[in-house]
Design a protein around this ligand. Structure first.
Ligand code: HEM
Length: 405
């Protein structure tokens, strides 16, 4: 077997991610969580599962979530912090996104129980640690054991009751097809409804729901912190741009996309070759060889993103039809399901802010900026040393005019 081949440069990275001869290979370290989930499937199995679950992510759902559900969740999550006048942005990001993830995954919870939501958040954090085990700096066996224990807790406290409720609803649809409209719109329901037709096994459904719970929470939460940090540092001594960021949501979305470009959730995507062939660089790969696509440097390709590509610059002109966030949501068959939900529609489609979809990240930033979010001068951010990914474990901020300000 050959050493891993690295691919960089935007266009080569793009084409390599779209090459169906390459299979996903970065998530095999934690099979108890990731085996046969959407992200790790390949070929026809992936196509069939993706088509099944894609039903959930149609435009009407994104519209409904952005306009109807998210503002309520955001206000409810933010209010206690506004009273205190401070918060940890990492914790806040997780808390505001866990409801979205649980709704998408199909996990019921008591809307009045903060303890239950906290438990779900800590469960999803552990799943995220498992999903990204490849990049962990901790003892990997220890993490696997913790993930296994957390899966049992998740099953007992959340999955089993949610599963039973959906099975009962599905059997009432068999008797009365009109009641189909009352079914929840989530991954668990879709998989249970198609269990026999697609021969889906229960353990796989369990893992898929756990995978979705973390997929929708932590990439967005980490991105939120990076984006705030970039926006704050770029505009702190520039009153004109600070006003523009607060008042022009289209410009704020450009800032969000620029932050996403600089900070992909993972700096690299790993793939394995399923047959011998030549990469675009001319390098030959054999069956089973690894290929590493460098997302971080490809997102800083000067020929696409212009001069000083490492710098945050929301005024940057991006060449051709390349999205301003580059490869941060992936491309090809594994393109992120949450791209439009988190990143919104690409600017340029509409100039009317009431018709444009800005995405949850821009909406979140807009709300936080309107409450004058700023770094806490007495508590510096702390880098997350449990992973080689460039994340924060804590980012204290002050917000509004709460008790502590
Ligand atoms: C800023 C936020 C996010 C970022 C940067 C991000 C990034 C990514 C990337 C890069 C991939 C592809 C990985 C690869 O090709 O190896 C991916 C896949 C995926 N993402 Fe996201 N993601 C984000 C938010 C979300 C959200 C909110 C959801 C839930 C709706 C989500 C669900 C998924 C799923 C299900 C996949 C697997 C798709 C497949 O394999 O077919 N992500 N994400």
């Amino acid at each position: 077997m050959n050493d891993p081949a690295t691919v960089d440069g935007y266009q080569r990275a793009f084409d390599t991610l779209c090459d169906k001869r390459l299979a996903q290979s970065m998530y095999g370290e934690c099979d108890i969580l990731m085996q046969d989930v959407l992200l790790t499937l390949h070929g026809d199995d992936h196509t069939v599962r993706r088509a099944l679950e894609m039903q959930l992510f149609k435009r009407d759902f994104i519209r409904y979530y952005e306009r109807e559900v998210y503002p309520i969740t955001l206000a409810a999550t933010l209010n206690p912090y506004l009273i205190k006048g401070k918060m940890d942005l990492v914790e806040f990001g997780g808390r505001v996104n866990i409801n979205l993830s649980a709704d998408l995954a199909g996990i019921d919870r008591d809307p009045d129980s903060a303890d239950e939501l906290d438990m779900l958040l800590s469960i999803s954090k552990k799943f995220s640690e498992g999903a990204t085990l490849f990049h962990s700096t901790r003892n990997k066996d220890e993490v696997r054991l913790e993930v296994e224990e957390t899966l049992s807790l998740f099953q007992e406290k959340f999955l089993t009751p949610s599963w039973k409720r959906r099975e009962a609803l599905l059997s009432s649809v068999e008797k009365n097809p009109e009641s189909e409209l009352n079914l929840p719109r989530d991954v668990l329901t879709v998989l249970l409804a198609n269990r026999d037709k697609h021969d889906l096994d229960d353990q796989m459904i369990f893992r898929e729901v756990a995978f979705f719970l973390q997929a929708a929470t932590h990439s967005s939460a980490n991105a939120l912190v990076h984006i705030f940090n970039e926006i704050y540092n770029w505009s702190k001594s520039d009153p004109e741009n600070r006003v523009k960021i607060k008042n022009d949501p289209f410009f704020l979305q450009r800032c969000v996309h620029e932050g996403l470009r600089l900070h992909p959730a993972s700096p690299v995507a790993w793939r394995t070759s399923t047959c011998p062939f030549q990469l675009l660089s001319g390098k030959q790969v054999e069956n089973g060889d690894s290929v590493v696509v460098d997302l971080q440097t490809s997102n800083q390709d000067e020929s696409i993103f212009g001069s000083n590509p490492k710098e945050f610059n929301p005024y940057r002109e991006v060449s051709g039809k390349v999205p301003s966030f580059g490869l941060t949501f992936g491309v090809g068959v594994h393109t992120c399901f949450g791209r439009d939900l988190a990143g919104g529609s690409l600017p340029g489609r509409s100039l009317d802010p009431d018709k444009h979809y800005f995405g949850t990240l821009t909406n979140l930033m807009r709300s936080l900026l309107s409450h004058d979010i700023r770094p806490d001068p007495d508590n510096a951010p702390i880098a997350d040393d449990t992973t080689v990914r460039n994340n924060w474990s804590s980012y204290p901020v002050l917000i509004g005019k709460g008790e502590s300000n």
